[in-house]
Design a protein around this ligand. Structure first.
Ligand SMILES: Nc1ncnc2c1ncn2[C@@H]1O[C@H](COP(=O)(O)OP(=O)(O)OP(=O)(O)O)[C@@H](O)[C@H]1O
Length: 853
């Protein structure tokens, strides 16, 4: 069985279809291909040993600082006593002896003041030699900033009653020993204005600070013959960094002569005078000179406030004579200018500019320090470098980066009014900080905190304070109380709380309090909403009342508007009155007729003419009569009082009207038309009787046309059409016309009857009708068609509404015209023979003028 070494996976695969080729064996496979005769068991072992033995080049470790960070930075805390000495005592001391004795009452007041000041509470308390607790004052607690902070990790905390020698012993001594052994180091005092930095660094002649004590120690050790320090030479240089009217940083040599400004290039200061010190007296005198040159000013915080950063360098150099070749060492002591707030210091103008510079320098120094502390805790974070932002930090770069040993003493004031300054500084410079959320409100959101009522009971939990046991008891009591409340509310939950761990209890208590407070807040909000709702309801009531009033007003206005309209409509009344008057006249005419004749005529019309139209519409439509014909007819009627003339004119009109009658008339009465055609040749000139018969026939045809129209448009639809066709102003007139039309019909029917009765027989009248029809259809059919064709477009030009109105009016006209000659037919005066009344004439004129016919 052949054994192949594994093929390396090709990066690309090429598939060839044609021609197939045999892939060339790779050198690797060729080389790895064992001879066919080789033993299959000779599998080369995996070279794991070789792999493991390979030396992987490790990244070069960063050059460690000469001193580890934890050793390189030591932070001390010094608490300034609340009351050092009163101004009164100072004034008393400084008062010349030859002044009058002070007023005893004033003395008493001063003593009282000093007592009250002494009794003021301290915001900072010492927990142990490495930690302190900072408690906010009552005023800030009420502003929901109740946050008790514990700062720990200090190398040592110096209490208020500590001495300068204590500070020196614990902080400076180790540094000095290293210094004398050739290791450089730095000591800096950092703190708010008036907190005792200068006091700590320089002290007073009676109570000397770090610098004098260090010098003493140096020369003391040098004087000891056995010590190697005796072979060293010490040099002293002192300079200060301050701002020049807030524009830039300047360095001044405090030991130099004349112009003492130093040139500054990055972190190096050139031209600094170093004064060798051979003994303590020389050194102290130089220190004294420098302090006199240092820029100081009086502020509200400090009568001699430092306005510059003061740096004191003590350099130890070998004398060059001895064999000892120790490197030069430098001990740097820095007295920083204190960070200050404008409100506290009361600085104005140039002082304010100075304080800005001081604050800026202090801030940069604090940032460098914080960064170093964080780096000390966690090297992975890396060291943020802020030192470029000020000359001081550039100068002290090696120290602030942890490359050299540094001891920092933070001086703080313990008064309640100094809480903010102290808190800010400790947050910046303390190695570790714990925030004690002893007030449960702190857990919640700040927004909620604003609305939450304050819980008075559970204020502080100073777990690491000296009175821890008492506080713990109190807290335990409070917890039990809260737990009991919870038991009352929720029994089961309480059981669980009792069984659960203290942490769980704490959580439950907190939750309970939070929920209770939340419920209170919600309740307050609901109350507010309820009040708002009540207000809104009141507004609604007032609005309703005002709405009612407005409605009443609007009604009154409407009534006024109606009155005004009625007043405006009065000018139309004369026309209406004329119409009514005409109507009354017609009615009186009708009343004069014989009622029996009326009945008969009705029955005849119904029998003869209305066979096809059982329901005759009120509004008669008389097609075929032109407007011009009506007007001419009216003129004739008005002029001719003679009844004979009336008859003639009527016959003429009838003939003309029949000739112009529309096509539907002919269609409705086809038989009659045929008969008429036959009679035309017999009697071409109709007699008055024939004319009358033709009039009756015309009437009949009109009635049939009406019925046809009525069939086409039902009553309701017709009314609707009328409503649409007639303008609004003419509706009243139309109604009047309807009434008038009815009356006219009543008049017309007896007239027909009278005509027939005068002839004597009904059959004769029918015959005469038959005879009369040819008179109407005297013209040949072709001529009639031509006429109709000529007149059709004329009719079409008129709108439908005007046609209907015209028909109605024409009907009225014709009927009136018909009625008139009937009474005078044959020259006989009958009861019906009344001329057209003046009212009807006026009505017609009005109608024609209003409807613009
Ligand atoms: N621990 C202390 N014991 C007694 N007196 C003190 C102490 N600390 C400070 N003083 C006094 O308080 C006053 C102000 O102190 P100091 O001038 O040292 O403050 P400072 O921090 O240097 O202020 P600035 O930053 O403004 O210079 C001085 O009179 C000083 O003697």
């Amino acid at each position: 069985m052949e054994e192949f070494s594994p093929m390396p996976c090709p990066s690309t695969v090429t598939v060839r279809r044609n021609p197939p080729r045999k892939a060339r064996a790779t050198p690797y496979t060729t080389a790895a291909k064992p001879p066919p005769s080789s033993n299959t068991h000779d599998v080369p072992s995996f070279p794991i040993d070789e792999i493991l033995s390979i030396q992987i080049p490790q990244p070069e470790p960063e050059p460690k600082p000469s001193v580890s960070v934890s050793e390189s930075l030591k932070i001390f805390l010094r608490i300034k006593p609340l009351r050092v000495f009163s101004k009164a005592t100072a004034a008393a001391k400084s008062r010349p002896r030859n002044v009058w004795p002070q007023n005893p009452s004033k003395k008493h007041n001063v003593a009282k003041e000093s007592r009250s000041k002494k009794s003021e509470e301290a915001c900072i308390t010492l927990n142990d030699s490495h930690s302190v607790t900072l408690t906010p004052p009552q005023a800030l607690q009420e502003l929901k900033r109740s946050k008790t902070e514990v700062f720990e990790g200090f190398s040592h905390v110096f209490p208020a009653d500590c001495s300068q020698s204590d500070v020196y012993g614990k902080m400076v001594q180790p540094l000095l020993e290293d210094f004398l052994n050739g290791k450089s180091g730095m000591l800096a005092a950092l703190g708010p204005s008036g907190s005792g930095k200068t006091h700590t660094v320089f002290g007073t002649p009676k109570d000397p600070g770090v610098v004098p004590l260090t010098l003493r120690q140096i020369f003391k050790k040098r004087d000891e013959t056995s010590s190697p320090v005796s072979l060293r030479l010490f040099h002293l240089s002192i300079f200060e960094i301050c701002s020049e009217r807030g524009k830039g940083e300047k360095a001044y040599d405090l030991l130099g002569d004349g112009s003492s400004e130093l040139s500054v290039q990055q972190s190096t200061i050139r031209g600094l005078k170093e004064v060798p010190i051979r003994n303590l007296e020389e050194a102290e005198s130089l220190i004294g000179q420098a302090m006199l040159k240092r820029a100081t000013a009086t502020t509200n915080s400090n009568s001699q406030s430092s306005r510059s950063q003061c740096i004191i360098n003590i350099r130890a150099a070998s004398d060059g004579v001895s064999n000892e070749t120790t490197a030069d060492a430098m001990l740097t002591i820095v007295d920083l200018a204190g960070a200050e707030r404008e409100k506290r210091t009361g600085n104005q103008g140039e002082r304010l500019v100075e304080s800005n510079f001081i604050n800026n320098t202090s801030m940069v120094f604090g940032q460098c320090l914080r960064s170093l502390l964080e780096y000390q805790k966690n090297r992975k974070k890396g060291l943020q470098k802020h030192h470029q932002n000020s000359l001081l930090t550039r100068y002290l770069r090696d120290y602030l980066e942890g490359k050299r040993r540094m001891a920092l003493i933070i001086t703080v004031k313990a008064g309640e009014e100094d809480y903010l300054d102290t808190s800010y500084l400790l947050k910046q410079a303390s190695p570790y900080m714990k925030i004690k959320f002893d007030n449960t409100e702190e857990v919640c959101n700040k927004r909620q905190l604003k609305t939450f009522p304050r819980v008075e009971k559970n204020k502080k939990m100073k777990l690491s304070a000296p009175k821890t046991s008492q506080i713990a008891e109190t807290v335990a009591g409070e917890k039990n109380q809260i737990t009991q409340e919870a038991v009352n509310l929720e029994g089961k939950k309480a059981d669980q709380t009792e069984k659960s761990s203290p942490k769980l209890e704490d959580n439950n208590d907190r939750e309970h309090i939070i929920m209770r407070n939340f419920a209170k807040v919600v309740w307050n909000v609901l109350k507010q909403y309820n009040e708002k709702l009540k207000v809104a309801e009141g507004d609604i009531c007032t609005l309703k009342e005002s709405l009612k009033n407005e409605q009443l007003k609007s009604r009154g206005l409407e009534a006024e508007l109606i009155n005004l309209k009625s007043n405006l409509a009065e000018p139309c009344l004369p026309e209406v009155e004329a119409l009514v008057h005409a109507k009354e006249q017609i009615e009186t005419n009708v009343d004069d007729d014989d009622p029996c004749d009326l009945i008969e005529s009705r029955s005849e019309v119904t029998a003869d003419g209305c066979n096809e139209s059982p329901v005759v519409p009120n509004k008669s439509v008389v097609p075929g009569l032109g407007n011009e014909e009506i007007s001419s007819e009216e003129q004739k009627c008005a002029k001719q009082d003679d009844p004979c003339n009336l008859i003639d004119s009527t016959s003429e009109v009838t003939a003309e009207g029949c000739n112009e009658s529309p096509v539907p008339n002919k269609n409705v009465v086809p038989d009659l038309a045929n008969e008429q055609e036959c009679d035309i040749q017999i009697n071409p000139t109709p007699s008055p009787e024939q004319a009358e018969v033709s009039l009756i026939n015309n009437r009949l045809s009109n009635i049939q046309t009406k019925s046809a129209v009525s069939r086409r448009f039902p009553d309701s639809e017709k009314q609707e059409r009328h409503r649409r066709l007639l303008p609004a102003s003419s509706r009243l007139l139309a109604e009047e016309m309807d009434d008038l039309e009815i009356k006219d019909k009543q008049i017309e029917k007896p007239q027909v009857k009278l005509t027939e009765t005068r002839d004597g027989k009904k059959t004769e009248s029918t015959k005469s009708r038959e005879i009369e029809i040819p008179a109407r259809e005297a013209e040949p059919a072709s001529t009639k068609k031509q006429r109709n064709e000529q007149k059709k477009p004329r009719r079409r030009l008129q709108p439908a509404s005007s046609v209907l109105l015209t028909r109605e009016i024409n009907t009225l006209e014709i009927e009136d015209d018909v009625a008139e000659p009937k009474g005078t037919r044959g020259g006989k005066k009958t009861t019906v023979t009344q001329p057209r009344s003046q009212g009807s004439v006026t009505l017609l004129r009005l109608l024609t003028s209003n409807l613009h016919l």
